[in-house]
Design a protein around this ligand. Structure first.
Ligand SMILES: [Zn+2]
Length: 156
């Protein structure tokens, strides 16, 4: 998928997010980089195999697995939409008030999954994204995230 097709897709997905949530269309679109699975493992998983298909970083923008079929696969598109929600969370500082890093991460993920699933339901897709990997709690106020089970999930 070339850069201009990606930009049109992002505009379309931000419009969908605006209809499904209270988020505005952002003034500035995030950068999107398609990476090989090897590169994703190197950058996000200490070089070990991992299931991460996409990731948002406030500076780098959205990183997506190059094997995602954003053109033809509605579920893969919803993974990109999920990351765009993270961009809106950062640019609007929606969860900035939550002091604990761990609690903030969980709130951000649960909202991103909720909007992703609302999108999948809206387009009548049969699959839903599982937020099970985030069904844990924080060890203490500023402590690490403790998942209740190591269930697989498709994004971060
Ligand atoms: Zn996420």
């Amino acid at each position: 998928m070339d850069q201009s097709a990606l930009v049109s897709l992002m505009v379309e997905l931000f419009a969908a997010i605006r209809l499904l949530s209270a988020y505005p269309i952002p003034a500035v679109l995030p950068e999107v980089h398609a990476l090989s699975q090897t590169e994703i493992q190197r950058r996000l998983c200490d070089g070990r195999p991992c299931r991460i298909k996409a990731f948002y970083h406030p500076d780098a923008g959205v990183l997506v697995d190059e094997t995602l079929d954003l053109q033809n696969d509605a579920f893969d598109r919803s993974i990109l939409l999920h990351e765009l929600v993270h961009h809106l969370q950062k640019t609007t500082d929606k969860f900035g008030i939550v002091r604990s890093f761990c609690s903030r991460r969980i709130s951000e993920e649960l909202e991103a999954y909720e909007i992703q699933n609302r999108y999948l339901s809206e387009i009548h897709a049969s699959r839903r994204a599982l937020a099970a990997g985030w069904a844990g709690k924080c060890a203490d106020d500023d402590g690490a995230f403790k998942p209740v089970a190591s269930a697989p999930y498709n994004g971060d």
